[in-house]
Design a protein around this ligand. Sequence first.
Ligand code: FEO
Length: 386
Amino acid sequence: MKAIKLKENIYWVGGIDWNLRNFHGYLTQCGSTYNAYLIIDEKITLIDTTKYYLVDELLQRISSVIEPSKIDYIISNHTEMDHSGGLPKLMEICPNAEIIVSPAGEKGLKAHYKKNWKFKIVKTGDKLKIGKYTLDFVLTPMIHWPDNMAAYLSEEKILFSNDAFGQHIASYERFDDEYPLDMIIREAQKYYANIVLCYSGQVINALKTLANLQIDIIAPSHGIIWRNNIPEILKYYKKWSANEFDNCAAIIYDTMWNSTKILAESIQTAFENKNIKTQMFSLQHNHISDIMTDLMNAKYICVGSPTLNNNILPTVSAFLTYMKGLAPKNRVGLAFGSFGWSGQSVDIVNDILKSCGFQMLEPIKAQYIPDKIALDNIVKNLESKL
Ligand code: FEO
């Protein structure tokens, strides 16, 4: 396993997690990488590591360039263990290496590994001269933990952005001109929707800081490295962080005896009659992390559940909990569902969507099996509100 050159003296030395299919609850059908970068200068510098089980791959790639024991500095841009998991083994090999971290990063690494390593704390604006190169640091708290930071190699215009601009893609290819762009953007969108969306305010601040930098390469900590399509990914990050969406509707539901499904289809008809694009997601067939990817583009978020045991279906509850945590903003919500006798589900869904800060449309309920007259009325009423 070899290092891949980004520029003279600068290498990708990460690990490829071909079989990863779940990243704390997020389906990663394309696997992932944990990107680490090696800079050869007077002080040999490594930026981030890998998950613990890919540390030997990291060491092999480093060894294809230099003896790992020669590393002087390890920049830890993020404490989360997908990037710091290789540190214990690496620190056994180079015990005198200094770990460069943010203030929260030092606390995080000490809390995770309980080791008396040598730390150097940096903040936004601090520089680290490593020979002919200099690294500038920018703290990027909450993208995606409080400890996150980015490092900028000014002489080569490379931004080591850690989680920001990443995608969960395992591939032989390393660069955005070697892999289909629409697939990278799709995975970057999924990553943003499931990891970053709730921290969009912090992304807006980070983008303002980054606007002052000249960037030739964005080297994230997951997936493909950006060098040919930087304006494209920045454009999407601006859109996603601003909570901008298209004039379309996501209809998400589960059903017991198809009545809530029939309501979902009538709701779809009403949107279609108003030339508003819709996407339908049965929670029996779609994973919540895939739904979030598309939902990020939707103005209307319509959620349906029948009543079960005076409550909503557990699948709908799980989806709502997940979506609320990720905090999409400025949307229009619609609750719907069927019931047999007590009928609490629609009010429960309505209250949760309201608590997300959504502007709510009038909820839609139907007892047992809605007939054609009831469904026609639902379509007509909803159309009049759109
Ligand atoms: Fe890729 Fe927040 O770790």
